[in-house]
Design a protein around this ligand. Structure first.
Ligand code: SF4
Ligand code: SF4
Length: 154
């Protein structure tokens, strides 16, 4: 679902421009507000939605997700660590979806060069870099023991 900007909400801060991996969020040179220059090239990553402090960015739902006549509102609530998607259908029904988001403060994500280099043993494991420490999971990632995997198999 490609994004678009409500220009009346946008204050032209440029966060969406900085974060868009497809480089399609631009600032209109006349109105000093952001807009999506090429929705067909939208990755639908919603980085811009998460980054926008004004809740100025929404998306156009696909027909199978939200049929003709619908509206989709996206609400960013960093204090709750969530993004809420509210879909309103033509017949008035509403559906809410809440998704957890990362709550790292803007500008505080460390560069990979700031982390310790992995050891030779780290390459032998199945965990990704800095798991499970940065997933904040104590005691390692959850696993299923081989005997549990046989349950239900005749
Ligand atoms: Fe760019 Fe992703 Fe926003 Fe699309 S959803 S405009 S690709 S940041
Ligand atoms: Fe406008 Fe939001 Fe983009 Fe800032 S992040 S320029 S307020 S749409």
């Amino acid at each position: 679902m490609p994004t678009f900007v409500y220009m009346t909400r946008c204050d032209g801060c440029g966060h969406c421009v900085d974060i868009c991996p497809s480089d399609i969020m631009h600032i209109d040179t006349t109105y000093r507000r952001a807009y999506n220059i090429e929705p067909n090239f939208c990755w639908e990553c919603y980085s811009c939605v998460k980054a926008c402090p004004q809740n100025a960015i929404d998306d156009r739902g696909y027909a199978d997700f939200a049929p003709l006549g619908h509206s989709v509102r996206v609400r960013r609530e960093p204090e709750k660590g969530t993004i809420s998607w509210k879909i309103k259908f033509r017949d008035g029904r509403e559906k809410d979806f809440v998704s957890p988001i990362r709550t790292t403060e803007w500008g505080t994500i460390k560069c990979s060069s700031e982390y310790d280099a992995p050891s030779a043993d780290d390459f032998k494991g199945e965990e990704l870099a800095h798991e499970p420490e940065y997933l904040k999971i104590d005691g390692g990632l959850p696993t299923i023991s081989p005997d549990k995997m046989k349950q239900g198999v005749s």
